[in-house]
Design a protein around this ligand. Structure first.
Ligand code: ZN
Length: 238
């Protein structure tokens, strides 16, 4: 082997849906780390089942698949051994609220999660990737470690501000492996992908594609899994 530094691979998943159960089980199987960005205010006392809906039903769906939500009481057990992070209390988009109201939603979710997992949860993912300069500043002042956007960058350690942290790509990117191998060839220190587990529906072929990625990375001697919060010190704009 070349003695080269291993690339740190990080992944995160948004919205706290039922499909995260299957996803966490796969990550455990391959020893993969992952961060889950949650909206406790949208999680009920009981689980809500997944269903396929007709347009006219008027509830939010992903191409007709209304993925169930985990219950608040599921958080501790389902995400045991993983990182959880704020995705605002009820998925509040930064550009739709006054900044003081918005930052309260970001902090309330963090406090709620910290009470459950009994450790700091300083990660953050921007709902719908929507940032404003005021919200970025408020996030920094509130002591968050980073805020993930939906932007892509070939080397995220070069990003100007970790409060608007890009990823390398979405997990379903058709060029996923090309991007991953290119990052390694370029000696990039971090490879970061993200998504929503509901994007795999309950469709085994899509889950197999994801499992293949986990297996590939876990078997790669040049890679090691890391948590998002732990790669922040590697970033220039922290
Ligand atoms: Zn979201």
């Amino acid at each position: 082997m070349s003695g080269k530094k291993k690339i740190k691979v990080v992944q995160c998943w948004d919205d706290g849906v039922i499909n995260d159960i299957r996803l966490t089980e796969l990550c455990r199987k391959y020893g993969a780390k992952a961060t889950f960005n949650l909206n406790p205010g949208l999680m009920g006392e009981e689980r809500r089942k997944s269903c396929w809906i007709n347009e006219e039903k008027g509830i939010w769906s992903y191409n007709g698949f209304a993925c169930g939500k985990l219950a608040k009481k599921d958080i501790k057990e389902i995400y045991e051994g993983f990182e959880v992070a704020s995705h605002c209390w009820k998925h509040e988009n930064a550009d739709c609220f006054p900044v003081d109201e918005w930052i309260k939603a970001a902090v309330d979710a963090r406090k709620f999660l910290e009470d459950i997992v009994q450790k700091p949860c300083t990660g953050f993912a921007w709902p719908c990737g929507r940032t404003t300069p005021e919200a970025i500043q408020a996030l920094r002042e509130a002591g968050f470690a980073y805020g993930r956007t939906v932007a892509n960058m070939e080397d995220i350690t070069k990003c100007e501000d970790v409060m608007a942290l890009p990823a390398n790509c979405h997990f379903s990117n058709n060029s996923f492996f090309d991007l991953y191998e290119k990052a390694k060839a370029d000696n990039v220190e971090v490879f970061y992908f993200w998504g929503h587990s509901y994007e795999m529906y309950e469709y085994d072929k899509l889950w197999e594609r994801y499992e293949y990625k986990l297996k590939y990375i876990s078997n790669d001697p040049d890679a090691q899994w890391a948590n998002v919060v732990d790669i922040v010190p590697l970033c220039k704009g922290r």
